[in-house]
Write a protein that binds this ligand. Structure first.
Ligand code: 5GP
Length: 200
């Protein structure tokens, strides 16, 4: 795919999915992809943070050093510092998939979401809310991947993200997982993204 082709001319649809840590974004997207029959692709981000137990390089993230991240800068669609680590979306694979007419989902933070809107104005920005701040805190602690300081940092960041999410196109609440996936599929259909998802 020519790197000069304007994003808006590509036939696929770009969708940004954001939400506070612990809200269940990854699970929602995994379920969506399982039901989408190849019509939806999730972009794999690069990050300078260390892998968590069970995470697979090249599947969950491309885990890179700060120097490697710097070298990628020119090839990133967006990038941001989140919770003290750097994250970014490699542009090439996103272009390829959009060129093939797929719906591409970026699971990224709100700073990245607004950068994507600048570059790709017809991208759809979806924010997933937790049912309440208490539920979010409970989910983060239950996940057990972060110590108290990290949980506190993630919660402070969550409050900022929720505030910023007012600029998003669509808000969904992840109260019940399947209901949230259904709502996301309905949202995508409404916005002409990967029509017929979930019909197979
Ligand atoms: P985690 O480290 O828990 O996997 O992700 C932390 C935060 O970084 C989440 O809000 C996640 O959505 C965000 N994130 C993951 N990949 C990217 C990316 O490529 N760009 C941006 N801007 N944020 C990302």
């Amino acid at each position: 795919m020519e790197a000069t082709t304007a994003w808006s001319t590509l036939p696929g649809r770009l969708v940004v999915l954001s939400g506070a840590s612990g809200v269940g974004k990854s699970t929602v997207v995994d379920r969506l992809i399982a039901r989408a029959g190849g019509k939806v692709r999730r972009s794999i981000s690069a990050t300078t943070r260390a892998p968590r137990e069970g995470e697979i390089p090249g599947v969950d993230y491309f885990f890179v050093s700060p120097e490697e991240f710097d070298a990628m800068r020119g090839d990133l669609l967006e990038s941001a510092e989140v919770h003290g680590s750097r994250y970014g979306t490699p542009a090439g694979p996103v272009r390829e998939a959009l060129g093939a007419g797929l719906c591409v989902i970026l699971v990224i933070d709100v700073q990245g979401g607004f950068q994507v809107r600048e570059k790709v104005p017809d991208a759809l920005l979806v924010f997933i809310q937790a049912p309440s701040p208490d539920v979010l805190e409970h989910r983060l602690r239950e996940r057990g991947t972060d110590d108290d300081a990290a949980v506190a940092r993630r919660l402070a960041n969550a409050r900022r993200e929720i505030e910023a999410s007012r600029g998003y196109d669509v808000q969904l609440v992840n109260d019940d997982l399947e209901a949230c996936v259904d709502a996301l599929i309905a949202t995508l259909a409404e916005h002409n993204c990967a029509e017929g998802i979930g019909d197979d």
